[in-house]
Design a protein around this ligand. Structure first.
Ligand SMILES: Cc1cc2nc3c(=O)[nH]c(=O)nc-3n(C[C@H](O)[C@H](O)[C@H](O)COP(=O)(O)OP(=O)(O)OC[C@H]3O[C@@H](n4cnc5c(N)ncnc54)[C@H](O)[C@@H]3O)c2cc1C
Ligand SMILES: NC(=O)c1ccc[n+]([C@@H]2O[C@H](COP(=O)([O-])OP(=O)(O)OC[C@H]3O[C@@H](n4cnc5c(N)ncnc54)[C@H](O)[C@@H]3O)[C@@H](O)[C@H]2O)c1
Length: 464
């Protein structure tokens, strides 16, 4: 006999937790199904550990630019202390505190692997093989996240390389690390392990790093990584990977430019795919292993009856924790009968890359806005020319760029590079999501002497 709930959520990452908690707060009876740790990839093997590894290096970098402080510095980071800090940030890979939170949020946690067995029906197989059948009166929400994509490179899979789990969780610093990929994960983890003393080589197939961002971002970051001692190969790919010692020894990586790299660890950071294999979506006519396409109400396209929702990484709209949480909250509201529609994830998505310098962006790049037919005017200003930046540290640089819809006189995109710019981003997110006109922004006066004064300079450069 099936256990009945109003809503069954499969996957208890940040997205599933938010969807479930929102629905439960409104009075619905919610089951939250999880087969690993409550908190998902983000809490244990992605956002939290990577930022815990990056922050000490960034603090050191800031200190190295600060007269009176840099003279006090003695030597490199204390590796043991940084790794201990990382372990604390992932709660020792234990989800006890998350389970307590779920209880407080009135969620019924069902441990095991969830699988759709028909409309509104989910079967959950626990570790010991015991199966529980669940039935949802209102809806099933898929929030199963994503997993690393390993391209078809000869010998790669057999060599058992690192993915984000080892890349954020390693217990020791590899002497030589090769990173395949030039996206967000690649640059952050290349930076983190370099800061901790590894000899890092990054191999990117594209002409620059971070190709989804404004071109100056990738160029500046490649330079910053090189200055930090990372070897950066662009327009290069790995063609073959070999490993000695029965999959435990040294890696040999052959590149398209005929170079051969040798390494103690190899990190694959080449994108992610939706976790929909073995989920039973094929029984509903959806493609197993592919993202679940959704409408703006996060309803799975191609499934009748308004009962199947998908949010977070699994729908492929935006692979970011805060956007998954946003979608989760919207689904919770929709299930409570409130009018809600996702639009921030197509026009006002913010993202921070925690390298040093940081990268922060929201909305469209210039190229994306032009492609969307927006009448574009752009303005750019060097962050180093703002008084607040020079006070923050000697020789700090960076760039701020606004993409403006000239007709509506609103900002449709903003990008910043520089020290600590992540904390400056929310002002831009408010301007983009709120469609605040430039004439109103002129009266949003930034404090002196902060880096935010770059807003004034950008508006002046626009012509205000
Ligand atoms: C190295 C790295 C660093 C990152 N850093 C950031 C960052 O700084 N900021 C940011 O915004 N984003 C970051 N991201 C992206 C972020 O991790 C994801 O966007 C986020 O985890 C997505 O949340 P989710 O809940 O959709 O999926 P997940 O966090 O993947 O959670 C899905 C959950 O579903 C469970 N599950 C899957 N299948 C089943 C099943 N059949 N039955 C039961 N349970 C199941 C999984 O065990 C997991 O707990 C990073 C990613 C990586 C790889
Ligand atoms: N701070 C953050 O917000 C943060 C940090 C890490 C990851 N994330 C998110 O996690 C997701 C995954 O990150 P990611 O860096 O793996 O993905 P990504 O899509 O950002 O980058 C993938 C990289 O792999 C390369 N690549 C893909 N296929 C390839 C192939 N066959 N051969 C050679 N190169 C190939 C691409 O050129 C690109 O450089 C992203 O959506 C990202 O936004 C976010």
């Amino acid at each position: 006999m099936a256990e009945t709930f109003d809503v069954v959520v499969i996957g208890a990452g940040p997205t599933g937790e938010n969807a479930g908690a929102r629905a439960a707060a409104g009075g619905l009876k919610v089951a939250l199904v999880e087969h690993e740790l409550l908190g998902g990839e983000c809490s244990y093997w992605a956002c939290m550990p990577s930022k815990a590894l990056l922050h000490p290096g960034e603090t050191l970098w800031m200190a190295q630019h600060t007269p009176g402080v840099r003279e006090l510095l003695q030597g490199p980071l204390k590796v043991d202390a940084v790794l201990k800090h990382r372990d604390k940030m992932v709660s020792g890979y234990d989800d006890k505190s998350q389970a307590k939170w779920a209880e407080g949020a009135k969620l019924t946690v069902v441990r095991g692997r969830g699988k759709l067995t028909g409309p509104r029906k989910v079967s959950v197989e626990g570790k010991e093989g015991k199966v529980r059948e669940l039935e949802a009166r209102r809806a099933v929400v898929i929030a199963t996240g994503s997993k690393p994509r390993h391209p078809d490179i000869a010998g790669l899979k057999e060599s058992r390389p690192w993915d984000n789990r080892e890349g954020t969780g390693a217990k020791a610093v590899p002497g030589r690390l090769v990173v395949l990929g030039g996206g967000v994960e690649a640059v952050e983890l290349a930076q983190a392990w370099r800061d901790l003393g590894s000899e890092v080589t990054l191999v990117q197939r594209g002409p620059r790093l971070l190709t989804r961002f404004e071109p100056f971002v990738g160029e500046q970051l490649a330079q910053a990584l090189r200055d930090a001692g990372v070897r950066v190969f662009l327009e290069t790919q790995a063609t073959k990977v070999q490993r000695s010692g029965e999959g435990k020894g040294e890696f040999t990586i052959t590149l398209t430019n005929r170079d051969t790299l040798r390494a103690d660890a190899l990190l694959v950071a080449m994108g992610r795919t939706a976790r929909t294999d073995d989920l039973g979506v094929d029984t509903l006519g959806l493609k197993s292993g592919a993202s679940i396409e959704v409408d703006d109400q996060l309803r799975a396209k191609g499934v009748d009856g308004d009962w199947l929702y998908a949010c977070g990484d699994v729908n492929g709209r935006n692979l970011l924790t805060h956007m998954g949480k946003y979608q989760g909250r919207l689904v919770g509201d929709i299930l409570l009968g409130k009018p809600a529609k996702a639009w921030a994830d197509t026009k006002a998505t913010p993202q921070v890359i925690f390298t040093h310098p940081q990268v922060a962006s929201v909305g469209h790049t210039e190229a994306q806005a032009r492609k969307a037919g927006v009448p574009v005017k752009t303005v750019q200003y060097e962050l180093g020319d703002v008084a607040g930046t020079s006070l923050l540290g000697e020789g700090f640089k960076g760039t701020a760029k606004l993409v403006v819809d000239e007709q509506r006189r609103i900002i449709v995109g903003a990008t910043f590079t520089g020290p600590g710019v992540g904390e400056m981003l929310h002002a831009a997110t408010i301007a983009v999501a709120g469609e605040v006109t430039l004439d109103t922004l002129w009266h949003a006066v930034p404090s002196y002497p902060t880096m935010s004064e770059v807003w004034l300079r950008l508006l002046e450069a626009y012509g205000l």
